[in-house]
Design a protein around this ligand. Structure first.
Ligand code: FES
Length: 142
């Protein structure tokens, strides 16, 4: 009898180790959000730096700045009107509030920043989940 590990044990390990490694990798791979409100906001390649796209029916604005991608609520924090995309700001036409592209208040009557939602990048596509609010300034770092 030889010392150490026999051939059968080595063969078993050669089968088990790759399977275990693949299982670990699968756990780390991002997956698309699964809430009923989550939606596909399109390919990351469609978002130039310093650009924004409003998803009117979702009431969400996806913004790409120099640091990454964020999803900002388009619902004004004053009384709930939907804000519009101006060239460099988000504007509420109901009572004139203005917000920066990342949702901070520039001008009232609104006093609170716009909400931010979870953004996930899966296979080159951006997914937004309005059911998951994240801290202000949270963004998908690129
Ligand atoms: S609802 Fe937007 S400013 Fe009043």
């Amino acid at each position: 009898m030889t010392k150490g590990v026999d051939r059968r044990t080595i063969n078993k390990m050669l089968v088990i180790l790759p399977v275990a490694a693949c299982t670990a990798c699968a756990r780390q791979t991002p997956v698309a959000p699964r809430s009923a409100e989550a939606f596909d906001a399109g390919p990351l390649a469609d978002y130039e730096p310093n650009s924004a796209v409003r998803f009117r029916s979702k009431r969400v604005i996806v913004v790409r700045d120099q640091l990454g991608v964020m999803a900002v609520s388009a619902v004004c924090t004053h009384q709930g009107c939907v804000v519009s995309l101006d060239s460099e700001a988000l504007v509420c036409e109901c009572h004139g509030s203005m917000f920066t592209m990342d949702g901070d208040v520039i001008a009232g009557p609104a006093t609170k920043p716009l909400a931010h939602f979870k953004v996930t990048l899966v296979a080159g596509r951006i997914y937004v989940d309005p059911a998951q609010q994240v801290p202000s300034k949270d963004r998908l770092i690129l």
